[in-house]
Design a protein around this ligand. Sequence first.
Ligand SMILES: [Zn+2]
Length: 86
Amino acid sequence: MSMISLLLILLAMICDLYFLGKCPKCKRFSISTKRVYIGTSYNDPESNFMILCSECQKEILSIVKDMWNDYYSSQGFGIYESDRKK
Ligand SMILES: [Zn+2]
C-alpha cells in the first residue's frame, strides 16, 4: 500500500468522524450527536428518528411532549379524566 492511499484512507476516516459528530439542526460539532428516537409515531419509521446533539435532542423532545399534550387534550382525554373521578 502506497503512502498516498494510506493518507487518503486516513483523511476519509477523519471526514467521516466529523460528519458523524455534526448536528444537522444547529450545525455544531458534538460528540453527543447521534440518531435518536424523538417520541413521535409517524407511519414511516425513519421519520421517528433524527440525528441530533444532546442540546437539540432536549429541545425536540420537549416540543414533541407539548404536541402529545395538545393531541391528548384534543381527543377529549380531559373529559375522560373528570368522568373517572365521579
Ligand atoms: Zn444540535
